[in-house]
Design a protein around this ligand. Sequence first.
Ligand code: IPE
Ligand code: IPE
Ligand code: MG
Length: 236
Amino acid sequence: MSDSSSIPRHIAIIMDGNGRWAKERGLPRRAGHRAGAESVRECVEACKELGVEYLTLYAFSSENWNRPAAEVTALMALLERFLEEKADELMKQDVKLQAIGHLDRLPDRTRAKLNAAIERTAQNGSLTLVLALSYGSREELVEAARSLATDAAAGKIDPADIDGDLFASRLYTAGIPDPDLLIRTSGELRVSNFLLWQISYAEIVIFKKFWPDFHQADLFEAAKEYARRHRRFGAL
Ligand code: IPE
Ligand code: IPE
Ligand code: MG
């Protein structure tokens, strides 16, 4: 890549298609989720290689709680295993883990393992891996509005002072720059309640392949496509 501005500082990924990947192979859906964990590992490595600073992965949406209990349980178990098994690797790779979402809804054991991994990797710095868990953008926006309204009602802030920066500081993503590049796998052309505020000017790249088939080379291809785009932010 020719200059540093052509490298996305923040990549966000809607990791979709695990279930269909498994179905194609006559396997249970959880086998697709398990295979998808390997793609996560590859993406972390590819981002490190490129010099990307933030990688946000949509791992579980607030709407995913509506799936059958057995699938939700399998996903939480897989997340716990990922957190346990990958913590050493994240330390070695100097990757800092963070999470966004309604984390209080996670089972206690899952949340404890998540917090342990976040604490353990807190001093790392080369790449920040943000897991979106029990994440829903509308919920996030509503919570931000509620928190500002509460402060205004208590006289702590003047409603006239509410601007984009103050609003963004009340989102789960406070302190994290907006994604430059949004990737979705499985060919679906929708954002499924992901980072609605934050992706306002993200470049979008869609892959037809299912998430477990997404490898390092695909992330490099998306980064190349990003470098070819001309971002205008509404100006000329
Ligand atoms: C993405 O794969 C993973 C999660 C949403 C947790 P899906 O489980 O949505 O798989 P498809 O889209 O049904 O194939
Ligand atoms: C989006 O995928 C959520 C995650 C990838 C975690 P979904 O499969 O849940 O979204 P829809 O149902 O296709 O919109
Ligand atoms: Mg899906």
